[in-house]
Design a protein around this ligand. Structure first.
Ligand code: ZN
Length: 188
C-alpha cells in the first residue's frame, strides 16, 4: 500500500488526486438490506461484509520457565547454570543450548551493566504509548548471556554512547503481571 502510494507520487499526482476525504474501515452500520421477491435472484446478491470485534482469552503454561516469573513476583532475578558445562544463562534456559544438559536455577545480582541499547520509536500496541523508549541488554561479570529489558530514568530523546557500560539496577513491579516486563532497570 505504502509502496503503491510512493510510486504514484513519483509520477506526480494531478490536483484532483491530492484532494480526498480520509478513508477508514468504519463503513456503514447496516440495519436492513433490499430483498428480492424472487428467491432465485439471491445467488446474484453481493456478499454482506460486516465488521465485529474479536477477542480471545489465551491460557498458556510457562512450563519450566515458571520459576523465572515466580522470581520476578518476589523481586528476584533468576538465571540458570548448566549442571555439566557450567554455561550461565541470564535469560534462563532449562536445558543448555551448548551441551543439552539440564540447568539449575540461581539468583542473578540486581546490579548489572548496559552491554548495548536501542531507542524504540515504534512498538507493538501495548508499548506504542511509551515510545520512544530504551531497550537494553544487561551484562554481568562471569555470566555468559545477556538479558533484554527496559531502561527507565535515562532520557530517550538524548541517547548517549555513555550509557554503554553504565551500572543499572533491577526494579520490579509491585503488582506482578507475570510478564517479562515485571522487571525493568534504572541507572544504579
Ligand atoms: Zn552445558
Amino acid at each position: 500500500m505504502a509502496k503503491a502510494k510512493h510510486e504514484r507520487s513519483k509520477q506526480g499526482p494531478t490536483d484532483g488526486e491530492r484532494v480526498a476525504l480520509p478513508e477508514t474501515d468504519e463503513g456503514t452500520i447496516l440495519f436492513n438490506v433490499p430483498f428480492p421477491k424472487d428467491l432465485s435472484q439471491l445467488k446474484a446478491m453481493a456478499p454482506i461484509v460486516i465488521k465485529q470485534p474479536y477477542q480471545i482469552d489465551y491460557i498458556h503454561s510457562y512450563g519450566q520457565d515458571s520459576p523465572f516469573f515466580a522470581g520476578l513476583a518476589n523481586r528476584k532475578l533468576l538465571g540458570t547454570r548448566c549442571t555439566k558445562c557450567g554455561y550461565t544463562y541470564a535469560t534462563p534456559k532449562l536445558h543448555c543450548m551448548d551441551c543439552g544438559s539440564e540447568c539449575d536455577w540461581f539468583e542473578l545480582p540486581q546490579v548489572g551493566a548496559v552491554h548495548t541499547f536501542t531507542v524504540c520509536y515504534f512498538g507493538s500496541e501495548e508499548f506504542l504509548k511509551d515510545t520512544p523508549f530504551v531497550l537494553i541488554l544487561v551484562e554481568w561479570p562471569g555470566i555468559n548471556t545477556l538479558f533484554l529489558s527496559r531502561l527507565l530514568g535515562a532520557d530517550s530523546l538524548k541517547p548517549s554512547l555513555d550509557w554503554v557500560g553504565m551500572k543499572v539496577k533491577a526494579k520490579f513491579r509491585r503488582l506482578s503481571k507475570f510478564k517479562p516486563t515485571d522487571v525493568y532497570f534504572v541507572p544504579a
